[in-house]
Write a protein of this length. Structure first.
Length: 114
């Protein structure tokens, strides 16, 4: 996707950096890329990909923050608590672990999270 957006071969360091920030969701990939372009962080003065790119928390575009915020507003308080617990656990965890720390009553047949 970055190759298509930039019309050239994106270096692995940029691909990894944007994937880390966007988790590969196409909308977020495009928005983070476009924001970094607008901020002049992708290319050097010669038009080559920069090798020293860093993404700060402030580099997440405001429209991406707004979309996430709006989606979070739709959740009830229990769902927000579950989401907070999942964020603390990390990227990969079993549903049983989430249920245990959140005191959710579930069947033993619950699936692991992706």
């Amino acid at each position: 996707m970055l190759n298509g957006l930039s019309q050239r071969h994106a270096p692995e360091s940029l691909v990894s950096l944007i994937f880390e920030e966007s988790q590969g969701y196409p909308f977020f990939v495009e928005e983070v890329y476009r924001h970094l372009i607008e901020e002049g962080k992708i290319f050097d003065f010669a038009g080559q990909f920069r090798t020293d790119i860093k993404i700060a928390e402030t580099d997440v575009p405001e429209n991406v923050r707004l979309i996430i915020g709006r989606r979070l507003e739709r959740l009830d308080e229990n769902e927000k608590l579950e989401l907070a617990a999942a964020a603390v656990i990390g990227r990969s965890f079993s549903f049983q672990l989430l249920a245990a720390i959140s005191h959710i009553d579930v069947d033993d047949g619950a699936q692991d999270s992706p």
